[in-house]
Design a protein around this ligand. Structure first.
Ligand SMILES: [Zn+2]
Length: 455
């Protein structure tokens, strides 16, 4: 009897020890994952491709940064209830291990042919105002070296990306001026066609949506891309049509980026990138920075169907599978620009959670180097190569492009200076003489239809 009792007691203690050691080992694994991510992201902080804080400043404060307290927690401040998202402030950027941010200078498509240039200058200006107001945390960066310097200083490298090619008003002098103001990427379109490139929205197949106007990139668009390469401004293909992506990848001499897009095979939306484009992305050594917008992450997104962090891991896995490595993946969450984000990625403080999920949910085994590439090494490599192409073209003596955008009464009259397949047709607008009625006729009245915003 006593022996039995002793035996029972022994079994009990062994079980207690086993259960305890199970929890200890599980916690040890969890701690090692978060500690590992902490270590990797401390050495290689996130450089995010797209954040719309400047547009938040425009919408809420008419760009008066004195009314904006970026050092406070902006999650619950009442004024932000007026907008769909308030994902970003300095404390949360720090928590999220962010070391670099491309702040988006975005202006709406309904400014096209009107005040787009003026509006985008305001958005560039407000990035400067923001950086000047917070010198302890933000540092302007206009080169890959600047990013590295900011990282060394423990600052968040602050870069400017212009969103929407309509903002150059089909004028290469304006493009060059943007570069001089520090703009280091331009998204070639937004939700509208510009006269020289088609938007992704042409693929929505809705009754009243846009139709392709130039079947991808027009001849003038070729000049825009090549001039961006000459300047050292990254070509951003988020928001353009699939034909435009394919053509731009052939035209560009330097690597291209998708500053905030996902893979279309995982979530079928024209804003996402199809596999055939992802397959050729490595040939241009480009990078696709993954967008967190719920509606580009899961089918039938809604307030009750936001997707989760695992859905974003699936997207990253898909890009890795199709491109063949971790060399072409980055993060371009689109925070402050989208009304819905996946569960687990609620704001800029959550980037580390995504990296932890890559270690626990992914079909791939991620080395520290792979993680560092996604966090910042890939976009830094692309940026450096874009600068190298700029330097080479300068050494070769390539001059500024003096092409002036021409107004063609009929698309068929377009000059054919470049042989691209499919052969682009120049449809155009008045760069010089503005005649809204003629423009409207050329675009069949559809240029000005913007029922939906795509982020
Ligand atoms: Zn966007």
């Amino acid at each position: 009897m006593l022996r039995n009792r002793l035996l029972l007691l022994q079994v009990f203690f062994v079980n207690v020890l086993l259960v305890k050691s199970h929890f200890i080992s599980k916690r040890a694994i969890d701690e090692s994952i978060s500690a590992r991510i902490e270590r990797v992201l401390s050495a290689y902080p996130i450089i995010d491709g797209h954040n719309d804080v400047p547009f938040t400043l425009k919408k809420l404060f008419e760009n008066d940064v004195s009314r904006f307290d970026f050092e406070s927690n902006l999650r619950d401040a009442p004024v932000y209830k007026e907008i769909a998202s308030s994902h970003t402030d300095i404390p949360r950027l720090r928590q999220g291990k962010v070391g670099g941010q491309f702040w988006s200078a975005y202006v709406r498509c309904d400014t096209q042919y009107k005040d787009a240039v003026e509006r985008v200058l305001e958005q560039i200006d407000v990035v400067y105002k923001l950086v000047e107001k917070y010198p302890n945390d933000l540092q302007l960066a206009t080169s890959s070296q600047d990013i590295e310097d900011a990282l060394k200083n423990g600052k968040i490298a602050s870069l400017i990306g212009v969103e929407g090619g309509h903002t150059i008003n089909s004028n290469l002098a304006i493009l060059r001026s943007f570069y001089k103001l520090g703009v280091r990427y331009m998204t070639l379109s937004h939700s509208c066609n510009t006269p020289w490139i088609d938007t992704a929205n042409v693929e929505l197949n809705a009754t009243d949506d846009l139709e392709p106007q130039v079947k991808g990139v027009s001849e003038f668009g070729v000049h825009v891309i090549k001039e961006m390469n000459r300047l050292g401004m990254m070509v951003d293909l988020s928001h353009v049509s699939t034909d435009a992506m394919r053509q731009a990848l052939r035209i560009a001499e330097a690597p291209v980026i998708f500053s905030h897009s996902g893979p279309r095979a995982v979530m079928d939306h024209p804003r996402n990138v199809p596999d055939d484009v992802l397959e050729i992305l490595p040939l241009r050594d480009g990078v696709i920075m993954i967008n967190f917008y719920s509606c580009y992450v899961v089918q039938n997104c809604s307030d009750t169907n936001l997707g989760t962090i695992k859905d974003v891991v699936k997207q990253i896995d898909h890009v890795r599978r199709i491109t063949g490595s971790a060399d072409h993946i980055g993060i371009g969450a689109d925070y402050n620009g989208v009304p819905r984000v996946p569960v687990g990625l609620e704001d800029v403080s959550k980037y580390p959670a995504l990296f932890e999920a890559l270690l626990t949910e992914s079909e791939f085994t991620w080395t520290d180097e792979d993680l560092a590439k996604v966090a910042n090494l890939n976009i830094l490599r692309v940026f450096r190569k874009v600068e190298e192409v700029r330097d080479r073209l300068k050494n070769e003596g390539k001059p500024a492009d003096n092409t002036v955008f021409k107004y063609y009464e009929e698309p068929a009259n377009a000059e054919k200076k470049f042989s691209l397949e499919p052969n682009p047709v120049e449809v155009c607008t008045s760069g010089v003489e503005r005649n809204p009625e003629e423009e409207k006729a050329l675009f069949k009245g559809k240029t000005f239809v913007y029922q939906q915003k795509y982020y």
